[in-house]
Design a binder for this molecule. Structure first.
Ligand SMILES: NC(=O)c1ncn([C@@H]2O[C@H](COP(=O)(O)O)[C@@H](O)[C@H]2O)c1NC=O
Length: 597
């Protein structure tokens, strides 16, 4: 029987924690130690037998440490398999197999975290030989054990004590090494991305994250350019969350219904979303756009007027997404609203000139690449844990999504306007923080309840918003006699108080309300409200998941629901369907759950 070869370990560690104990343990098991300069020195100083790597490479370390272990004598020994052909190659070159590789890397992350670090300093901290050692050993884990962290030494020695390192352990150590080199490369590319592509093409530094104390913050692509260009202003983190949710919404909505589409986003949910269905004269008044020149010829402007008009209170300071090139009438509407930014595939020169003047030149204007397609998988980190999922690329299509009418049975086809409004509501929900329920009419959202833990609370919130929206069409709300100089946001606030029935009877808040008017409007009585709200009809309601109880159906009916689209699967499905039927509501099964977070 052939005598068992002495095992060989290559050691090359920046962090020398636990090195001597490890060396001692390896020597105890008759392992031959080969080490790079500093590593060998430390072991030798403790009087343990160790050879320099140059003993096998027959080449000195050079270039100030840039080349130490990079040599076929090292890597041939690590990468060789137990194959006849590999054995032959090794024998021809006089190379011995390496069994253990112990390596940890130059601290690149720590170095570049230092304030004022130069590119030259960072470059010198890029470990080449160490990464190569780790990758080579991990690649050949079928035979070689890779120790990439001092935390592994204790268990490794314990296992060695029992014989040799098991296949299972080698696999886990290899994985850890691969994770380390991937993380290391990530730190390097992140540093150079910021340095060499930090002009907004691939990497965009943000002022801060969700809050001012959350620094640093950035948006970047790992490969290729960001899908948008910043034409004006500097986006914040939440702005970008709004942009990256509102843009796909309008793109999808516009494609589905073949109309220009608009969305008005706040805190990563739509305040409104719409397609450019022509506005009536009353709608123009209610949406405060009756004086916009050229409005009737711009479906895009009408889409934004609707999106902004749905819930003016929520749209205050919005991020706007528009599916088509921004024209003059649309820019004119935007120019006088309080808004944070806009994303669109393009801008006419006159529109861009107007938008660039907004907010003292700080208005955020982004140009989106309309052909950009995101990858099919998306990952994010929450509390240090990486989460991965397939992107929600489910298609909401007016021709297919609402084809399953559950009740009434005899109803086999929905009117086109109902399909249109269900499409608007459902696509809006796809980009709304869950739970969510949306009411739509006339090609636009009229009430959206977002981010509620309870479904009935979404349904109520969205219903109350739809009621408010409709109360704004009451002639008293349309014909308010404003004092001169009352600004649009103040008007919106006063209208909201009046229409939501929240005007206080007396006190300073009442005085504050009254000071807006030449002629103070009387508040709506209970009867007036009921009479007017009873006129709201033909409303389409969509829910991002099933209705667990019939209370939701009751609530939608109070705000004029005629069509409901929702996934099914609740224990109460039958009760939900029959309640809808009793109330004269057509219930459509929408097969795709649309939670969004
Ligand atoms: N250039 C090389 O061939 C090379 N081989 C190993 N290293 C690194 O040198 C360090 C150990 O160096 P020393 O043993 O001299 O303290 C380790 O972090 C190891 O990852 C190298 N350094 C940089 O790439």
């Amino acid at each position: 029987m052939a005598e068992e070869q002495q095992k060989i370990a290559i050691l090359s560690v920046f962090d020398k924690t636990g090195l001597l104990d490890l060396a001692k343990g390896l020597i105890k098991h008759n392992v031959r130690l080969l080490a790079s300069g500093g590593t060998a020195r430390m072991i030798r100083e403790s009087n343990f037998p160790v050879e320099d790597v140059s003993a096998i490479t027959k080449a000195p370390e050079m270039l100030g440490g840039r080349v130490k272990t990079l040599h076929p004598a090292v890597h041939g020994g690590i990468l060789a398999r137990n194959l006849e052909s590999d054995e032959k190659d090794l024998a021809e070159q006089g190379i011995s197999k390496v069994d253990y590789v112990v390596c940890n890397l130059y601290p690149f992350r720590d170095t570049v975290a230092k304030i004022g670090v130069t590119i030259e300093e960072a470059v010198e901290e890029i470990d080449i030989g160490g990464v190569t050692l780790l990758r080579a050993a991990a690649k050949n884990h079928a035979r070689v054990t890779t120790l990439s962290s001092p935390n592994q030494y204790h268990d490794f020695l314990k296992e060695l004590e029992q014989g040799d390192i098991s296949e299972k352990t080698r696999k886990l150590y290899a994985l850890e090494a691969f994770e380390q080199t991937a993380d290391y490369d990530d730190a390097i590319s992140r540093f150079f991305r910021a340095k060499y592509a930090g002009d907004g093409l691939q990497h965009l530094s943000l002022r801060y994250g969700a809050n001012p104390h959350q620094k640093p913050a950035a948006a970047f692509m790992r490969n290729g350019h960001l899908p948008f260009k910043v034409l004006c202003g500097a986006p914040g983190y939440i702005n970008l969350l709004d942009v990256l949710n509102s843009w796909p919404l309008v793109k999808e909505l516009s494609r589905a219904l073949e109309y220009p589409a608009a969305a008005s986003f706040k805190h990563v949910s739509p305040a409104g979303a719409a397609i450019g269905v022509p506005l009536t004269e009353i709608e123009r008044k209610v949406y405060m756009v009756d004086d916009i020149e050229g409005l009737e010829n711009s479906p895009l402007a009408q889409a934004y007027a609707r999106a902004r008009g749905a819930d003016r209170m929520s749209s205050f300071g919005d991020v706007i997404a528009l599916s088509h090139k921004v024209d003059l009438p649309t820019a004119k509407i935007i120019s006088r609203e309080v808004s944070d930014g806009i994303v669109a595939p393009g801008y006419s020169p006159e529109a861009l000139e107007i938008l660039r003047k907004k907010k003292g030149g700080k208005y955020l204007v982004l140009q989106m690449d309309p052909d950009y397609e995101p990858p099919s998988e998306e990952t994010r980190q929450v509390y240090g844990v990486s989460l991965l999922q397939q992107r929600n690329d489910a298609q909401i299509s007016p021709s297919d999504t609402f084809a399953t009418i559950i009740s009434p049975k005899e109803n086999s086809k929905l009117p086109g306007t109902a399909v249109r409004d269900l499409t608007v509501a459902t696509i809006a929900l796809k980009y709304t923080q869950s739970n969510s329920v949306c009411y739509a009419l006339n090609g636009q959202v009229i009430g959206l309840g977002a981010g509620q833990q309870s479904r009935i609370h979404c349904t109520r919130l969205a219903g109350d918003k739809a009621d408010n929206w409709w109360m704004r069409f009451h002639e008293r709300a349309i014909n308010l006699k404003w004092k001169k100089g009352v600004k649009r946001p103040e008007k919106s606030n006063a209208i909201d108080l009046l229409c939501s029935g929240s005007v206080p009877k007396s006190g300073v808040e009442r005085e504050d309300f009254e000071k807006n008017f030449e002629e103070v409007p009387s508040v709506f009585t209970e009867e007036e409200r009921e009479a007017w709200l009873s006129k709201l009809s033909e409303v389409a309601v969509s829910s991002d998941a099933f209705f667990p109880f019939i209370d939701n159906v009751f609530r939608t009916a109070r705000s004029g629901a005629k069509y409901i689209a929702a996934p099914t699967g609740s224990q109460n499905d039958q009760a939900v369907f029959s309640t809808a039927e009793k109330l004269g509501i057509t219930f459509v099964e929408q097969h795709i759950r649309l939670f969004h977070h």
